[in-house]
Write a protein that binds this ligand. Structure first.
Ligand code: CA
Length: 746
């Protein structure tokens, strides 16, 4: 697995004497303080009971397995009590383990939770039990990595903050794949409210899409307590590729500040979901053109969004760089309160796909924003439709904005077609500091937190980008198998021979390209005598180009996305691929088969040709999975499907949850002839976004489309149905909807 590889290679051991480090980072112990070094669980339990203010309890280096730790003690402001690793990074807590903390003035330092899972609801909990919470406690320089329950639908949290005045800082969190927020601030009793917690300088590394609700990174409160104050500060953290679901931070309480954090290529948004009087200021969002990268979404009263910087974000609708939602009149506490008195000022929106007002307007969400202001913002974008408005926005006053894009003229923006942006020393783009420009956009004194300033000092983070790729040439099946085994993320393997016979499937678990040599006179053909040619594991980013995929009687599929437990998403891109069926027999197997525990971020087929095949091409049925589904985005372009048992695609999903990015399906510029004549040519049950354009569908079966959440792009245009039934479109409840070709979808 990708994550395990980087850990074993790059965990740097900090050979710093315990005392030396303690002096550098932690309060100096008093002269009479004791150090207890323990090597087993029994000794730990005994030592905890003896702890006095100023003492330190040291876990000896090594593996601690099946360790349900309770750290209950009472230090003082000047003499806290510390639980720490002997050497940070060398104390590994694994198996069925967790940590419950109760008391006051405690410090937990240098622990690593890895490759296990909590038998309870939390991995690290700031309460021993409901009567004994932790206060004035610091959790610093620890790591929680791949610590997941075996079943992705079981819910837990990696860190649950209770009590008051706690600090969680300089920790590393990455790889959560089961349901539940990575980090939760809990407000269920008075003792945990108005808590003054500080969450700072943590590194939140990759969280793959969950494919359902509950993939947040941080949640503050829940809707039941959302009218109470939390007063939590989230500052100078680094959020990298936090792709779990549409909410990266879900604020469900009042009085919180989210300030000076960096969001890097994170698919999702900071969402002021419930509760008012929150401030989101001076944060930096770098989307780098990655799909579904979002900004800030506003719901409820008295929210302030100022001084933020958004660059190259590609999210739309709920994931726009800025989304101001419509509310529900007299909303129930768990729905959408109307936006009132929101201030959105001095933000820079640079090369973003969308800014949206009154988003989510529908029969239920019919209350547009009121008494709000959008001013002094800088909007520089060449997007065709940079503003989306879904209802009356007379309740927002627009003033003193500047944009290069005439689309913003109705929104209080002076239009200046040429705006020269220069990257300043802080890494951010600014216009010239003259005249009216000096009062718009993000402040010039922003200092985005550096990646290196976050996380534990003892832990080397994985590289942010894939290293320069190697290109490896192979001429036989055995060479190919070897090359795949030894490949590193980002490598390309070039197939210059004609045929590649494989004894067993190629197992892919990282970014890898297999490409037929462009100089070859015939496309290289792959064939496997195992159950499939490829097995796609979590983390696979497989690109296939210019190849023939052959089938044998042993095959159960040509590609098989395989997992017993969900441990992360995969993606698949196929370009210039021909599928060769054995002569004279139409194998009734899918080209891509997917286990119910897998999830694809993206599947693309371009210039893909398949004829005389007995089964479906893409089998992505999430039927019976209660809200979970198997692929976010499937896009097929310029492809040919002829004489298939079909369907071309089987897609399934249940429920109405809006926490996910998809599912979405596009079929463009393609021909289907004699596909799924007996039943379905396309079976899409159910999807959010759909584009069918410029296709030719001949003598094929039914096209079944059940829409789920409305509001995503949906259009059927210039698609010819010849001797084939017209598509049947149904709403979420299964009621037939009118089909309008070439009409704008709603
Ligand atoms: Ca959510």
């Amino acid at each position: 697995m990708g994550m395990s590889i980087f850990l074993s290679k790059s965990f740097t051991k900090a050979f710093i004497g315990a005392l030396g480090y303690a002096i550098a980072v932690l309060p100096v112990s008093a002269a009479n303080a004791e150090n207890y070094r323990v090597t087993d669980q029994a000794a730990y339990k005994k030592a905890v009971k003896a702890l006095q203010p100023g003492d330190t309890l040291i876990l000896a280096n090594g593996e601690w397995r099946d360790f349900e730790m309770v750290f209950e003690a009472r230090g003082t402001k000047d003499q806290p009590i510390t639980l720490r690793a002997e050497t940070p990074g060398d104390v590994i807590i694994t198996g069925r383990s967790n940590l419950r903390i109760g008391g006051a003035y405690l410090i937990v330092y240098g622990l690593t939770f890895k490759d296990g899972y909590s038998p309870g609801k939390e991995v690290v909990s700031f309460r021993r039990d409901s009567n004994t919470l932790a206060h004035h406690t610091r959790f610093t320089e620890n790591a929680i990595i791949d610590f997941n329950k075996p079943d992705r639908t079981s819910n837990d949290q990696w860190v649950a903050l209770f009590g008051k005045n706690n600090r969680v800082d300089h920790n590393y969190f990455a790889g959560k794949t089961n349901k539940g927020p990575t980090f939760a601030v809990r407000l269920n009793t008075e003792e945990s409210r108005a808590n003054n917690h500080r969450i700072d300088h943590n590194f939140f590394g990759h969280r793959p899409p969950l494919g359902g609700n509950g993939g947040e990174t941080i949640r503050i409160g829940v809707s039941d307590y959302s009218r109470t104050r939390s007063d939590t500060l989230i500052t100078r953290n680094y959020f990298e590729r936090r792709n779990g679901e549409v909410e990266i931070i879900s604020v469900k309480s009042e009085g919180n500040r989210i300030s000076e954090n960096v969001f890097y290529e994170s698919r999702g948004a900071v969402v002021l979901r419930h509760g008012g009087q929150n401030t989101v200021s001076r944060n930096v969002f770098f989307g780098n053109g990655v799909s579904d990268t979002g900004g800030i979404r506003i719901i409820n009263e008295n929210q302030t969004v100022t001084g933020n910087y958004f660059e190259k974000l590609r999210g739309t609708k709920f994931l726009s760089a800025l989304t101001i939602m419509n509310g529900v009149p007299n909303s129930a506490i768990n729905r959408y309160h109307q936006v009132k008195n929101a201030l959105v000022a001095n933000n820079s929106f640079l090369d973003v796909a969308s800014v949206g007002f009154a988003v989510g307007a529908d029969e239920e969400r019919s209350a547009p924003p009121l008494d709000s202001a959008f001013k002094n913002n800088l909007l520089v974008t060449d997007s065709d439709m940079p503003v989306s408005v879904f209802d009356d926005i007379s309740g927002i006053s627009f003033s003193e904005n500047i944009s290069n894009n005439a689309a913003f003229a109705p929104y209080g923006a002076a239009i200046q077609p040429e705006i020269d942006l220069v990257r300043a020393e802080n890494g951010l783009l600014y216009p010239p500091q003259t005249g009216k420009f000096s009062s718009v956009g993000a402040p010039r004194d922003l200092v985005p937190v550096k990646r290196s300033e976050t996380g534990p000092s003892w832990l080397e983070k994985p590289a942010q980008k894939i290293k320069d790729a190697r290109v490896i040439d192979v001429s036989s099946g055995s060479e190919l198998s070897q090359a795949v085994l030894q490949s590193l993320p980002g490598d390309s393997i070039v197939l210059s021979g004609a045929t590649y016979d494989l004894e067993a499937p190629l197992v892919i678990d990282h970014a890898l390209t297999l490409r037929g040599a462009s100089s070859a006179s015939v496309k290289a053909q792959l064939k496997s005598h195992g159950p499939s040619i490829f097995i796609l594991k979590e983390g696979a980013r497989l690109t296939l180009e210019n190849l023939v995929l052959g089938a044998t009687d042993n095959n159960k599929a040509l590609l098989h996305a395989k997992a017993k437990n969900y441990r992360g998403a995969y993606s698949l891109a196929m370009t210039d691929i021909v599928v060769a069926a054995p002569a004279g027999e139409a194998l009734p197997i899918p080209v891509l088969d997917t286990d119910a525990e897998t999830f694809a971020e993206q599947i693309t087929l371009d210039h893909f040709v398949i004829r005389d095949w007995g089964g479906p091409v893409l089998s992505l049925s999430g039927e019976g999975l209660a809200g979970w589904y198997l692929a976010d985005d499937v896009t097929i372009t310029n492809s040919v499907f002829e004489n298939l048992g079909g369907p071309l695609v089987i897609f399934g999903r249940e429920g109405r949850d809006e926490s996910t990015f998809g599912p979405r399906f596009s079929l463009i510029g393609s021909t289907l002839t004699d596909v799924g004549q007996k039943d379905y040519a396309l079976y899409l049950n159910a999807i959010d976004g759909l584009i069918l354009r410029d296709n030719h569908i001949v003598r094929s079966g039914a096209v079944y489309i059940r829409r789920r959440v409305l509001g995503m792009p949906f259009s059927i245009a210039d698609t010819v149905f010849q001797q084939s039934p017209k598509p049947q479109v149904f709403d979420e409840a299964g009621k037939a909807m009118d089909l309008v070709q070439n009409g704008a979808g709603k």
